[in-house]
Design a protein around this ligand. Structure first.
Ligand code: JHZ
Length: 416
């Protein structure tokens, strides 16, 4: 195994597919070793060596799951978390709209229970709490207490069969279970599915939203690959998983968030709507069941890296300045793999209070409040939060009118 001895207990090499058990997994992309993407650090912590772990992806030709080759201990990744959903206005809006869909279509009684795991700061449940009973589940203490302050009851735990049993004993069965941007983070997905099957009412719905692998290899960015994201789901792989637990994918939507995400509705009984058949056909057409598609994607990432490095070199040569816009987790994969560091970016701005004043993992670039752009605007901003490009370009219209250019780094670098 490629990891240093002192890291051995904190990481395992994944020898089999977490969905179907296939042991013949094929590596398609290797991004080297990097620190966990949300492990922003304080200046004082620079004295200690920073933990780095291998980051590579492999493909299963049996159930078509793309997944990480290694699994980092979830305690390291999630116990103290720097990400807040509410810091990104477009994301908060997206989940508030999902909450409305849930109470308009799925809730029929004030006593119905909605359980969300990976509930983070409670944006979705806050929008539901006047309509029905809600319960959040999140392992990050700092984030869970943030949600509690917003009036969202939250259990500090990883979701599992054991957690589900405890919830069922105390609160009863759930009418709706939600897992947004967390399903892809779970290694023992069978245990999680057993928990869902146990907690869900016979007429209940499980809704899961994850970044869609079709976007990863298509119009989105490779930088969605980091240690938290263990699985990169397609409908094909989700369907295989659901069938093991006797659940039916009744409906599916590709929603325009984080590039494109796959929102799947699962039930204990029911039939698949046309949306599921249509997406399966699209995934086949896009080649998401073929290893060659992922090998091609991997080559494209390396080519884009060369193009960005060249652009930054030219900008430097012309004595212009560059800073980063947004300090998302994905940005740290991008900075790491493209070899972009303090020598290239003056600072990165971010709206998350938990991140301001810290340094980005690996590259150690200072994260500052976006207010700096008013007083010290650079000539270029590397848009690390590219998934909110439309909203950010609109929000920063004044800055752009002053002549500041945005560099959108993926899937192919462009300047606007
Ligand atoms: P954002 C997170 O990844 C983490 P990240 C997690 N692991 C996951 O699964 C994915 O989401 C899907 C800032 N920002 O949402 C706020 C501005 O500064 O793309 C955030 O720090 N100004 C759970 O971290 C970051 O950018 C702005 O105007 O890659 C965006 O992070 C806006 C809109 C955002 O997810």
């Amino acid at each position: 195994m490629e990891v240093s001895l002192n890291n051995m207990q904190k990481i395992i090499k994944k020898e089999f597919c977490r969905i179907c058990g296939n042991m013949k997994l094929r590596k398609v992309l290797d991004l080297g070793t990097m620190p966990p993407a949300n492990n922003f650090l304080r200046v004082g912590e620079l004295k200690k060596p920073e933990q780095r772990f291998p980051l590579a992806v492999q493909f299963c030709e049996k159930c078509f799951l793309l997944s990480l080759c290694h699994v980092v201990d979830s305690e390291i990744l999630f116990k103290n978390y720097h990400y807040l959903t509410g810091a990104s206005a477009p994301l908060a809006k997206h989940f508030t709209e999902e909450a409305r869909m849930i109470y308009e279509k799925l809730i029929s009684d004030k006593n119905d229970l909605v359980v969300e795991f990976g509930s983070n700061d409670g944006v979705l449940l806050s929008a539901l709490k006047e309509k029905c009973r809600v319960l959040g589940v999140d392992p990050a203490k700092n984030v869970a207490s943030f949600a509690m302050k917003q009036g969202v009851e939250t259990v500090t735990a990883f979701f599992s069969e054991k957690t589900a049993r405890k919830i069922k004993q105390k609160y009863g069965e759930a009418k709706v279970i939600v897992a947004n941007n967390v399903f892809a983070h779970i290694d023992d997905i069978h245990n999680c599915m057993r928990g869902i099957a146990l907690l869900l009412r016979p007429d209940g719905v499980f809704i899961s939203e994850s970044h869609w692998v079709g976007n990863l290899v298509g119009g989105g960015g490779f930088d969605q690959i980091y240690h938290e994201h263990l699985s990169y789901y397609s409908l094909y792989s989700m369907k295989y998983l659901a069938s093991i637990f006797g659940l039916v994918i009744t409906k599916v939507e590709i929603v325009p968030i984080h590039g494109e995400s796959i929102r799947v509705f699962m039930k204990k009984r029911g039939v698949s709507e046309d949306s599921a058949h249509r997406l399966l056909a699209l995934e086949k057409k896009l080649g998401l069941t073929k290893i060659e598609t992922f090998q091609r994607f991997s080559k494209g990432v390396a080519e884009n890296r060369d193009a960005i490095k060249l652009l930054l070199k030219e900008i430097k040569r012309s004595k212009k300045t560059v800073a980063g816009y947004g300090a998302p987790a994905k940005g740290n994969t991008l900075l790491h793999y493209f070899g972009i560091g303090k020598q290239d970016l003056l600072f990165v701005t971010d709206t998350t209070i938990f991140k301001q004043g810290l340094l980005t993992p690996g590259a150690h670039i200072p994260v500052v409040s976006p207010g700096i752009l008013k007083t010290n605007p650079p000539d270029y901003l590397l848009l690390l939060s590219w998934n909110y490009a439309d909203a950010i370009l609109e929000k920063e219209r004044d800055l752009r009118e002053q002549g500041v250019k945005f560099i959108i780094p993926v899937p192919k670098v462009r300047v606007v």
